[in-house]
Design a protein around this ligand. Structure first.
Ligand SMILES: C[S@@+](CC[C@H](N)C(=O)[O-])C[C@H]1O[C@@H](n2cnc3c(N)ncnc32)[C@H](O)[C@@H]1O
Length: 389
């Protein structure tokens, strides 16, 4: 029996859930909702009642940084309970996802091979000599077993299938049935900021399975769309998923720090929630590469979570919790960076670069989703450049 209690958008590559999967995944999703909507905000009450007064007593002033709060939160029983529940829920999520996906390994990998034989739309290029940078290879991002790069079978797509299903649970459906909420938001922003732009070539970097990429295929039907990621299983799955949904995208396994595209290849370059998964060094290289690839008069835009400058020390601490406890080692560092300075160092002039904060649901005809605002704040951080013509 196939159930769709997660309200996932259906396509031929979507792992099918039986009764037990649906119940397991639905349970984890509900538990996550309980934690993030009740227990996470509950920190404020605990903070005001006993942590802030103790900090003030010890320091003679309120905490200025998340580091100053660390020892107080780590020994607080409320925070300890929250942390244990959140970490355990993450492990339960992967158990539920891989139970479901592993059982369908042969079917999904066979479907990929069948789809790959079709003449189009779009294409897939995997680099057999690809070197995964250590900063991604060594990290099991968001506690995903084996991370993005783990392959068991030849031409494996399972990490892609697992990623697709996990986002529905992790974001509690808040990114929409096709997990493309951030794509919709950034694409609306691009159209609002550059109504004159009629891109003929678009690049999405750090596309994972192409959730956001497909939005651009609909928004700019005349454009040739390219999408790159470090992970072979993710772009394989993305390719089959795009074909299953009838969209034309050219996926390739590439490092956004140094791609094989010619100078000035793209009119529009975008990234969505990618930068928090790159090292600081890689981020500098990626921005330089964006500049090299952008045509004069072209537009580049990156969408990310809110930086620490927009958060209280308590919010910063709770965001940074994932760096240490959920295998997201770059979140803390990235949120401290001044993106204007990163863009400046990449060679974009003051006139070209921009940094913006945009409400969730901005310009979105569906109104966007605030379901997970308690997790990420009510705004997104968008930064990039208009390359001089
Ligand atoms: C959270 S996922 C991105 C989600 C996706 N953009 C979306 O909108 O659904 C981050 C992705 O960035 C990719 N990534 C990180 N560093 C990269 C690099 N240097 N080049 C290409 N992809 C990279 C990772 O492999 C991962 O798939």
């Amino acid at each position: 029996m196939t159930e769709n209690t997660l309200l996932c958008g259906q396509h031929d590559m979507m792992p099918q859930t039986n009764h037990d999967d649906a119940s397991h995944l639905g349970y984890v999703r509900s538990l996550r909702r309980l934690i993030t909507s009740t227990l996470t905000p509950g920190h404020s009450t605990v903070f005001d009642a006993r942590i802030a007064p103790q900090v003030e007593k010890d320091l003679g002033r309120p905490a200025k940084t998340r580091g100053e709060l660390k020892k107080y939160l780590e020994r607080d029983p409320y925070h300890q309970m929250w942390a244990a529940m959140l970490r355990t829920t993450q492990e339960l999520m992967w158990e539920a996802v891989y139970n479901c996906v592993d059982r369908q390994a042969d079917t999904l990998n066979k479907k990929f091979q069948e789809v790959r034989q079709q003449p189009g739309p779009g294409s897939l290029t995997i680099d057999p000599d690809f070197e995964i940078p250590a900063y991604s290879d060594l990290v099991d991002n968001h506690t995903m077993p084996g991370g993005y790069h783990h392959e068991v079978d030849v031409d494996d797509v399972l990490p892609g299938a697992a990623y697709e299903q996990s986002i529905h649970v992790y974001m509690m459906g808040g990114m929409g049935p096709y997990n493309d909420d951030v794509g919709k938001m950034l694409c609306s922003y691009v159209k609002w900021r550059r109504p004159d732009l009629k891109p003929l070539r678009i690049l999405d970097i750090g596309c994972s399975v192409g959730h956001s990429t497909l939005i651009y295929a609909d928004a700019f039907p005349d454009a040739e769309i390219h999408a790159i990621d470090l992970s072979a299983p993710l772009v394989r799955f993305g390719h089959a998923r795009a074909r299953a949904l009838g969209k034309s995208v050219h996926f390739s396994q590439q490092n956004a720090e140094h791609t094989n595209f010619e100078d000035c290849s793209f009119d529009l370059i975008v990234s969505h929630i990618m930068i928090h998964e790159t090292s600081t060094k890689a981020l500098g290289n990626i921005m330089k590469e964006m500049r090299r690839l952008l045509k004069p008069g072209g537009f580049a835009a990156n969408l990310e979570m809110l930086p620490f400058s927009k958060k209280t020390p308590l919010q910063q601490y709770l965001t940074d919790w994932d760096s240490v406890n959920n295998h997201e080692p770059f979140i803390g560092k990235m949120n401290e960076l001044d993106m204007d300075d990163v863009l400046r160092k990449a060679g974009f002039s003051e006139k070209e670069r921009f940094v913006d904060f945009v409400p969730i649901g901005f310009n979105d005809p569906d109104g966007g989703s605030l379901d997970y605002a308690h997790l990420i704040g009510t705004e997104r951080h968008i930064f990039g450049a208009d390359k001089a013509a």
